[in-house]
Design a protein around this ligand. Structure first.
Ligand code: ADP
Length: 259
């Protein structure tokens, strides 16, 4: 009888699956305000992680650390990619530039050759459904359309990790729901990982593969929920009992963590 050796573990084409790995992260501002404490958080490829928490608990600070705009005062905050997209609460478009020129901006700042960035910008504009508005100025667009332009601007860099700081918070509900669906379509199509911040529990559950609940300041993680609904997500799941039940559980954890 020949002994069979255990076959070697398959090599996953050299790509690590964890893109963001925070371990025991704390942040204390120079004025003494402690924004975050003991935060353990990972985001793997293929995940869309949403963070919900009360106002001022440190959610934006968490994203700022992930993007390198802020440095953790304690713990390890590892991010394993340079290709990071960042969409803010405000679309931050330059008012004097056309939509096309705004969408090209990040690629331009990154030194991408003009011909290539023009192609990428037009592709991104098409992806977010803004074709036909390339020559318009931001003030001629609705709030939802400005957000689409902001998304397109980040998409030109083909991010592996996409950070979203309450991007749809200021929009009406119908527009927000439509943009949620568009974002999920992009997530499935482009394959980036997402880290998304919101106040809305139903938005969190609808968008994500995992929901993280933070306590009031200093922000700590007080709950974590896997979202079992498959991607691409059927908009109708919003009206199911399973969806309502999960929204209820997350809301409960949020209230508990607020005390
Ligand atoms: P959230 O996004 O959850 O509303 P933030 O991350 O913006 O919260 O802020 C967390 C806390 O840290 C808040 O209380 C805020 O006032 C405070 N904070 C934010 N930036 C600074 C800063 N540069 N210096 C001092 N305190 C800050």
């Amino acid at each position: 009888m020949t002994t069979t050796e255990t076959p070697p573990a398959p090599v996953l084409s050299g790509r690590r699956s964890t893109l963001l790995d925070f371990s025991d992260v704390a942040l204390r501002f120079p004025n003494g305000t402690v924004a975050l404490q003991g935060v353990d958080l990972t985001v793997d490829r293929g995940e869309f992680v949403t963070v919900v928490g009360p106002s001022g608990c440190g959610k934006s600070t968490l994203l700022r650390i992930a993007s390198g705009l802020e440095t953790a005062s304690e713990g390890d905050a590892d991010v394993d990619t340079d290709r990071i997209g960042y969409v803010f609460q405000d679309a931050t478009l330059l008012p004097w530039r056309s939509i096309l020129d705004n969408v090209e901006l990040l690629a331009e700042l990154n030194g991408m050759p003009k011909a290539e960035r023009a192609v990428r910008a037009r592709e991104a504009i098409d992806l977010v459904g803004l074709s036909g508005f390339e020559k318009n100025l931001p003030k001629q667009l609705s709030g939802g359309m400005k957000m689409r332009a902001s998304l397109a601007r980040s998409l030109t860099l083909d991010p592996e990790l996409f950070l979203f700081d309450e991007p749809f918070g200021a929009l009406d509900e119908i527009t927000r729901e439509r943009l949620n669906d568009e974002l999920l379509r992009l997530f499935v199509e482009k394959g980036f990982a997402g880290l998304f911040i919101t106040h809305s529990v139903s938005e969190a559950v609808y968008l994500s593969t995992r929901v993280i609940v933070m306590s009031g300041r200093p922000g700590r993680i007080v709950g974590e929920f896997d979202v079992p609904f498959p991607m691409p997500r059927d908009p109708e799941i919003r009206f199911t009992a399973e969806f309502a039940e999960l929204v209820g559980e997350v809301s409960h954890a949020l209230r508990e963590g607020h005390h």
